[in-house]
Design a binder for this molecule. Structure first.
Ligand code: GLU
Length: 527
């Protein structure tokens, strides 16, 4: 495929567009598919147009139960709502291609009648034989095309009466597109500019299968026409199909209403080495699906962004910028801002590397922008799973304290669990290296002195600890980590004086006593 113009055409005006997301329910939705849906949605909303979800399920052999529901749930989670579609209905329904089956036949017939398509009766064995013959003759990619069709069994090679007899007798057949032998096919892609393809490189695609079901190519073009789609925005992997679609528009007499095409650049693996595929998540250690998905064949459950603790706003923002930017340094965009700012012109031409660190960064921005009370809802949900009850106020206090250590909603519990459950085990490295008789002495006194405080502030706790260490002639810096260990069980965490204030004097005193008793073994000389 040759690219000749660096200047793509543009969607300059704000005329309302009609765009569609047209997934095939053949499995879970890859994150790249969510990006395609998002870009379509943004353009529709920006121009006051319509966003349509059309389910392309004509290939019944690849149909996976549950996939359609999954696609809807994933888009719902992201806040990508369709104006028309299988669930919402609309004036151009049905929106599931299998339910539109009777609508396609007339267009295939029209193409045959006009000499742009033909009946092909070849059996599987005959097709295999043709491919074998061509492979032996060193043809690089053997295909049914303007050259090979003359040797095959079709309505172009068989006598008319035999064709009629075969059709009348119910012989199985497919309808193939009659690709012209020598023609330059041009399309002006909104992202790539002019794309030119010579028809000799195209095969005579099957348009209608022997069971009367249209293939993707016919159904896709017919539906885009009938649904008055103005812009086809889809992944780059569909670019090779676009010339066939352009031919179909021409042959069906719909050239003047042919949608504009925009083929989105690929999402690449983090190292830039090839397309990020559905299988990559496992090996690379990050999700590639929006939601959890159970693989049909293996029963294996693959986690999605939602289950990993990502917020939908963050995923949307991350995906929007994976291939588009508005030319400024702004990175954080709400959905409304994206709708305002989005332009097809600023979609990049080259593939974008998937950067999970960036996705985490976005998540952190959105998580931290929430109030402690909002954050507390995540924590309270995790606490409920652990069977722990607490007040909203206490949960919010904990969230405020541990926020800076969080990236995901589940981190409030991970980072703050010691504020609900006293440690029974202690970080082994810190215990071995930092626990000392000095630490035990400081904590013994601290525990005893705390009995005089009904409650304690962070400042008071700090002051008290300084007083105790000075009194004992011990440098506070030397025992600080041991004190943290005793109270939290951990090597690191949020501001310790705040932790003491939140836990309260009685709880801290109890923890000091437990630590002194338990960690005493670390004071024994090694035998
Ligand atoms: N059914 C195709 C898919 O699964 C749609 C391609 C297109 O948008 O034309 O992605």
């Amino acid at each position: 495929m040759a690219l000749t113009s660096p200047q793509p055409s543009t969607i300059v005006d704000n005329t309302p567009v009609r765009v569609r997301f047209a997934p095939s329910p053949t499995g879970s939705l890859h994150i790249g598919g969510v990006r395609t849906a998002l870009y379509n949605y943004l353009l529709a909303k920006k121009t006051g147009g319509q966003f349509i979800i059309r389910i392309e399920d004509t290939d019944q052999t690849r149909f996976v139960p549950g996939a359609e529901d999954y696609i809807y749930e994933a888009l719902d989670w992201c806040g990508i709502k369709a104006d028309e579609g299988v669930r919402q209905g609309g004036p151009y329904g049905p929106y599931r291609q299998s339910e539109r089956k009777p609508m396609y036949r007339q267009y295939a017939d029209q193409l045959v009648a006009d000499g742009h398509a033909y009946y092909a009766f070849d059996t599987k064995e005959e097709l295999d034989e043709m491919r074998e013959r061509l492979t032996k003759a060193r043809v690089a990619s053997p295909q049914y095309n303007s050259i090979t069709r003359v040797q095959m069994k079709n309505s172009l090679t068989l006598p008319a009466d035999e064709v009629a007899a075969r059709l009348a007798g119910g012989d199985p057949y497919v309808i193939r597109l009659k690709v012209p032998r020598k023609e330059e096919i041009r399309l002006n892609d909104l992202i790539r500019g002019w794309v030119m393809v010579h028809s000799a490189t195209l095969d005579d695609k099957v348009l209608m299968k022997s069971d009367g079901m249209p293939t993707y190519h016919l159904a896709n073009v017919v539906d885009d026409y009938l649904m008055k789609i103005t812009h086809v925005i889809r992944g780059e992997e569909w670019l090779p199909s676009a010339p066939t679609h352009v031919l179909l528009y021409k042959f069906l007499g719909w050239e003047d209403v042919m949608p504009k095409f925009a083929h989105l650049p690929l999402i690449l693996k983090p190292d830039g080495n090839g397309k990020l595929s559905k299988r990559d998540g496992d090996a690379l250690g990050f999700p590639v699906f929006p939601l959890e998905w159970t693989e049909q064949e293996t029963g294996k459950v693959v986690k999605g962004f939602r289950e990993e603790g990502f917020l939908p706003e963050a995923v949307v923002n991350f995906l929007a910028l994976l291939g588009w930017n508005n030319g400024t340094h702004q990175e954080v965009y709400s959905m409304d801002e994206l709708i305002q700012e989005f332009t097809a012109e600023r979609i990049g031409k080259s593939g974008t590397k998937f950067d999970i660190a960036k996705a985490r960064w976005f998540n952190q921005q959105y998580l931290h922008a929430k109030t402690s009370e909002q954050q507390a809802e995540y924590l309270l949900a995790d606490l409920a799973k652990e069977g722990i009850t607490t007040t909203n106020e206490y949960a919010a206090q904990v969230c405020a304290l541990v926020q800076e250590r969080t990236v995901f909603s589940g981190d409030f519990w991970k980072e703050g669990s010691f504020l609900f459950v006293a440690p029974t085990e202690f970080d082994a490295t810190v215990a071995a290296t930092k626990w000392s008789s000095d630490a035990a002495a400081v904590l013994t006194k601290f525990g005893a002195d705390l009995a005089e405080y009904p409650s304690i502030t962070a400042d008071e706790a700090k002051h008290l600890l300084h007083e105790i260490t000075e009194g004992l002639g011990i440098k506070i810096g030397k025992v600080m980590q041991a004190i943290r260990l005793a109270i939290t069980g951990r090597a690191a965490g949020p501001d310790l004086m705040q932790v003491i204030a939140i836990l309260g004097p009685a709880e801290v005193a109890q923890r000091c006593a437990y630590a002194i008793k338990t960690l005493a073994t670390h004071l024994q000389p090694v035998a």
